[in-house]
Design a protein around this ligand. Structure first.
Ligand SMILES: [Zn+2]
Length: 329
């Protein structure tokens, strides 16, 4: 099995966005430590809109100059040491700004599809160029901010023009919508890899794009009761390392606590408890690819331990690898 541990590398977008140190740099340094000990490699989906904003303001504000320098250095280090740096777009950065103390984040246009065709082309071009400039490598894989990749037909042209041919935003049967978010992966192909063209959840054999979906898992409400209770009982172990707050997702928490839900396999917090179980299910189905999502900001001390245990247990039989190693053209 190829196992891809993928991390969306970003600060928080809620009222309190947190610091670069706690949300990004420190948790990522823990992953680097694990990687150097066990030889596993990770995929980082970097929030490039944030990088561009830091670039825009860095000469005006010394604190942002420092953020920009440290993030750029960490990305370069990750890339040079064999981790993957790929494209993660949160286009709401286009409408957000720094007020001298904090980021004023405007999520009115949260999805790429909230922009015009020419704006989409321009965003995809600039957002991937900033990563190419840092790493000197091709950027060809994509994870949509907030999983909002539909309708793909509007984004497709910009991806082709800019050499993006692999997506990893879908998780089978995931579905959510609110003012800002919208995704619906109901009845996505029950596969670990497939080709597509206009529609990310419709397999098309000769399609230009490859989907490497995030592996899905079905959780009982009991699991999330446990997750929330552990967070209260033992915050040292279970509290996220990031010091910000997520943007609101109305009704989401209640849904998790009251019914069975379809979620992506994740290394975030207590979700990491299920890594081995998820792998065993995929092995039974004879899958070849396991994609795990996570966020440095949402890792906890517990999940960092679990990631390390998971790698130790599986590194001999399976490969903790990257998209660049497996899918570079
Ligand atoms: Zn994100």
């Amino acid at each position: 099995m190829n196992i891809y541990i993928t991390l969306d590398y970003e600060i928080y977008f809620g009222e309190n966005h947190g610091t670069v140190e706690e949300c990004i740099l420190y948790p990522t340094s823990e992953l680097i430590r694990i990687s150097e000990k066990h030889g596993a490699k990770f995929v980082f989906f970097v929030d490039c809109g944030f990088l561009l904003k830091l670039q825009q303001y860095k000469d005006q504000f010394p604190e942002l100059k420092k953020d920009h320098q440290q993030i750029t250095e960490q990305i370069k280090y990750l890339s040079d040491t064999g981790h993957d740096i790929q494209l993660h777009i949160h286009p709401h950065w286009e409408d957000s700004y720094y007020d001298g103390k904090k980021w004023i984040i405007n999520v009115k246009r949260y999805k790429l599809n909230d922009f015009s065709d020419s704006e989409i082309e321009d965003i995809v071009y600039r957002y991937q160029k900033v990563l190419k400039d840092i790493t000197g490598k091709a950027i060809f894989a994509y994870r949509a901010g907030g999983w909002c990749i539909q309708p793909f037909s509007r984004i497709k042209k910009a991806f082709k023009t800019n050499g993006v041919y692999l997506d990893s935003s879908v998780f089978r049967n995931g579905k959510f919508s609110s003012d800002a978010y919208a995704y619906d992966f109901t009845n996505a192909p029950d596969k670990d890899i497939y080709s597509f063209d206009d529609n990310v959840i419709a397999e098309q054999k000769d399609g230009y794009f490859t989907e490497l979906p995030i592996s899905p898992i079905r959780n009982s409400p009991l699991f999330f009761w446990k997750l929330f209770l552990l967070g209260r009982k033992d915050p040292y172990l279970h509290k996220p390392l990031g010091d910000g707050k997520a943007m609101p997702a109305p009704g989401y928490r209640k849904k998790l606590l009251t019914r069975f839900t379809n979620n992506p396999v994740s290394v975030d917090g207590y979700n990491s408890h299920l890594l081995q179980k998820a792998l065993n299910i995929l092995l039974k189905k004879q899958c070849k690819h396991m994609v795990i999502i996570g966020h440095p900001k949402a890792l906890s001390r517990y999940s960092i331990q679990k990631i390390e245990e998971f790698i130790i247990k599986n590194k001999e039989q399976h490969r903790f690898t990257t998209f660049s190693k497996e899918f570079s053209k």
